[in-house]
Ligand binder design. Sequence first.
Ligand code: CP
Ligand code: NVA
Length: 304
Amino acid sequence: MKLKTKDLLTLAELSPKEFVGLIENSIKLKRELKKGGNKPILKSKTLTMIFQKPSTRTRVSFETGMYQLGGHAINLSLNDMQLSRGESVEDTAKTLSRYTDCIMARVYNHELLEKLSKHASVPVINGLSDSFHPCQILADFMTIKEKKGKLKGLKIAWVGDGNNVCNSMIYGALLSGIEMSIATPKGFEPDKTVVKESKKSTKIELTVDPFIATKNADVVVTDTYSSIHNSDPKRIKKFLPKYQVNSKLMSSAKKDAIFLHCLPAKREQEVTSSVIDGIQSVVWDEAENRLHTQKALLAALICA
Ligand code: CP
Ligand code: NVA
């Protein structure tokens, strides 16, 4: 499948058809892997991975994904690179484009990704920035599709911080015709422009009441109150106890609602153990699906 975009930085670069197509290909690649292995469609291809922030799932799923498709991944922390000694992003992007077939970067400032994308002749993938986490949303919506059999017409409740993952999830909702209700404390809402753009085509509701958000929801999602770029422990007081996903809040969603969390989680803060380890939780399938969606995305960006 050929994507119109060269890069994936927010998720908004995709058309609804491309978004759903990537999810369908991820499901096919998962099936193929379980039947004995994927075809080496990325043979001799190399992915550069740049990490300015820590990662477990993103790093391992991208590296394993490249390997399973016959390719190779190089892992670089920013401190290993001449970037840390002042080489420009422009020169770095041009150099890496001469060696490798794709660049995935996890960064603080989203503008760094935009600069990489502008100067790299190869695809650039956002592996998380302070503003967006598009790869996470591919895995989340694949998980929803697997569990619910459809996307269109469902309702997602987001509870907690309107952060980078929430911003990309709003774009996911827009691309798939899912309704979203987002409960955050005042001052912790998702990006205003993202909400405004998405409201044109799907229902995006902002509220301060988690019980309004979860009412009739098919999917309940939360994320940590303190992201890597936002680690002030004082933030937690603004969220607890009202914005914790616990059994009482889950019971206000539909009976068969599923619970998602991108992980890493802080148990007994944004989610109780009873929920994340309970029968409605699908977080381990969600984490596994990072592998399958990274592969579909890499294949679509590199092969085409
Ligand atoms: N969900 C996610 O991106 O996990 P990592 O930070 O471990 O990569
Ligand atoms: N919002 C979290 C997501 C981690 C995968 C962060 O940015 O740290």
